[in-house]
Design a protein around this ligand. Structure first.
Ligand SMILES: [Ca+2]
Ligand SMILES: [Ca+2]
Ligand SMILES: [Ca+2]
Length: 321
């Protein structure tokens, strides 16, 4: 008993457990050792096992089986420590209920009292699926409950996993089947609501809930028009207006809204439009374009007017009749 107590003290000191009071046997190493079988004496079963080159990762329901052999007298017992607590003789497969890193220490005794070296097995239990997010390279605008994006937008998935790491992300467009995500993807060139479903799976097989992302693809630029008040008088294809006439720009967008309206006079720089434009006398060309909330730019429209500021003249000519 005295010997056993000193063994326990050594062990407790060795593993840094000062509060262990009722520890079971965990004998010291001795010569003429039994061996734990193979390179990996602790085998995980009941789950996908992923090794990142350093440590095993397992999913839910994993159990750990320890096997040992002895050439002479035969294996008497395998002594184990689970998560650094003495756990007595190994009998049934070991399991863990909490996520994160766990350890199984073990030592084998043969039937004549020889002990193997103490070995430690580390495993990370991963019970949670990756988090996955979707993003677009183009501006996505929220209007009411809906999201809108312009022509040519591409989408990326970003997945993160706490323990075993992301094995893959997948996505499906519309009613299509899931495909493995390999980089940015685009949606079909169809105006209207489109749906992307996406999910991610970690290296031990935890798959996230499938998320749905619905976005309105706005392929259409705003419509923009120019008008003048008072209305032009047209003669021989030329539009005449009086001095002080005001040129107005109107723009509308069927899907989202107009974000910006621009105008240019006589080929000058485009300027933001705020108020109706009053032109000086002579011939002028006003051009306009508009941009919707998701960046679609309209075609340019133009209006050429002659501002007739000259008062008419009249002579009274006596009639010969
Ligand atoms: Ca032996
Ligand atoms: Ca995970
Ligand atoms: Ca639009």
């Amino acid at each position: 008993m005295r010997k056993l107590m000193s063994v326990l003290l050594v062990l407790v000191a060795g593993f840094g457990f000062a509060q262990q009071t009722t520890a079971p046997d965990f004998p010291e190493e001795s010569t003429s050792k039994p061996v734990v079988t193979e390179e990996k004496p602790v085998q995980a079963t009941g789950s996908v096992v992923y090794n990142d080159g350093k440590v095993d990762y397992v999913g839910a329901n994993a159990k750990f089986v320890i096997t040992a052999e002895d050439k002479g007298s035969g294996v008497k017992a395998i002594y184990i420590m689970v998560d650094n607590s003495l756990a007595g003789k190994y009998a049934d497969p070991i399991s863990f209920t909490s996520e994160g890193k766990h350890t199984i220490g073990y030592r084998v005794e043969d039937n004549v009292g020889n002990l193997s070296a103490f070995k430690m097995y580390e495993v990370v239990v991963d019970l949670s699926a990756p988090e996955v997010k979707i993003a677009s390279d183009k501006k996505v605008v929220a209007l009411g409950d809906a999201l809108y994006v312009g022509r040519g937008a591409s989408f990326t998935l970003v997945a993160n996993d706490k323990y075993s790491g992301v094995k893959m992300a997948e996505y499906a467009v519309g009613e299509g089947a899931f495909a493995v995500y390999n980089g940015a993807f685009t949606l079909p060139d169809q105006n209207g609501f489109q749906t992307i479903r996406y999910r991610a799976t970690d290296n031990v097989g935890n798959t996230s809930e499938t998320k749905t992302y619905t976005v309105y693809v706005d392929l259409n630029a705003p419509k923009v028009s120019l008008s003048v008040d008072p209305a032009a008088f047209e003669k021989d294809g030329v539009k005449y207006v009086p001095a002080g006439a005001r040129v107005s720009l109107e723009a509308s967008d069927a899907e989202t809204a107009v974000a910006e309206v621009w105008y240019s006079i006589d080929g000058g720089d485009y300027l933001p439009y705020n108020f109706p434009i009053v032109l000086s006398a002579g011939t002028h060309t006003v051009k306009a374009k508009a941009v919707d909330l998701v960046g679609n730019v309209s075609e340019e429209v133009s209006l050429t007017l002659v501002v007739d500021a000259d008062e008419p003249t009249g002579d009274l000519v006596p009639s010969q009749k």
